[in-house]
Design a protein around this ligand. Structure first.
Ligand code: DQA
Length: 152
């Protein structure tokens, strides 16, 4: 069964305790459980990774791109956290690895500080889900799978 990779970047390991008024009370384990339910419903496998390190995230995108080429991977749902607003390297990795990717943000970044309004990832992403809380991960998985199935 082909799989979706859910990738979480810096500080998302702190979900549940980190700024709950902004990010809610769900933990990263809760997020991964809701992603699993979404994937089961769609008949795809799930693989989850979280890292606080930009290079590790880049390596994960490269690996996902190789998986897409062999048909094992459908694509990536990615919350890059603050690297969204800073990382040209992640932009280049998404493009270089040619990986279908949906960018996710739990909070509505456009209703927050101006430095969160720009994303280096969005121009390289297939779609964006912003501001739906952790349910956004399930919406992103569904959007990714539907769009990739429509293309196949
Ligand atoms: C975030 C938004 C980012 O601006 C922030 O740095 C995060 C989380 C979100 O999910 O809302 O770490 O990506």
């Amino acid at each position: 069964m082909p799989k979706v990779i859910v990738l979480n970047g810096p500080n998302l390991n702190l979900l549940g305790q980190r700024e709950p008024a902004t990010y809610g009370l769900a933990t990263l384990a809760d997020v991964e459980a809701l992603c699993r339910t979404a994937c089961e419903r769609l008949g795809v496998e799930l693989e989850c990774h979280q890292s606080n390190h930009e290079g590790v995230l880049i390596d994960a995108l490269h690996a996902a791109g190789r998986g897409v080429k062999t048909g094992e991977v459908i694509g990536v749902v990615f919350n890059a956290g603050a690297y969204t607003h800073t990382s040209v390297a992640l932009h280049d990795a998404i493009k270089g690895a040619e990986v279908p990717l949906v960018e996710v943000h739990i909070s509505n970044v456009h209703a927050r500080e101006p430095f969160r309004h720009h994303s280096y990832l969005s121009p390289a992403a297939m779609g964006i889900v912003v501001g739906f809380g952790v349910d956004g991960y399930a919406l992103a998985i569904e959007g990714l799978v539907r769009k990739c199935r429509a293309r196949a």
